[in-house]
Design a protein around this ligand. Structure first.
Ligand SMILES: [Zn+2]
Length: 65
């Protein structure tokens, strides 16, 4: 069982960030503002070929250095 770190999202609602209990790597997040969505860190997947990006979130905030 992972113990989530509770943060606040831009909506002001809770955002639960879950990390590996052994190494601390970020695994996934769940946001109260988007209950139907789990934000899974792509690096946690052994094979990403069957997953296609469906939406971009915060794309406009990308750093344009
Ligand atoms: Zn780990």
């Amino acid at each position: 069982m992972l113990t989530p770190y509770i943060d606040k999202g831009d909506s002001g609602q809770d955002l639960r960030r879950c990390f590996c209990n052994r190494c601390g790597s970020p695994l996934y997040s769940e946001a109260d503002a988007m209950l139907d969505l789990a934000i899974i860190k792509a690096v946690t997947l052994d094979d990403t070929r069957s997953f296609k990006p469906a939406i971009n979130i915060f794309f406009d905030l990308k750093w344009h250095g």
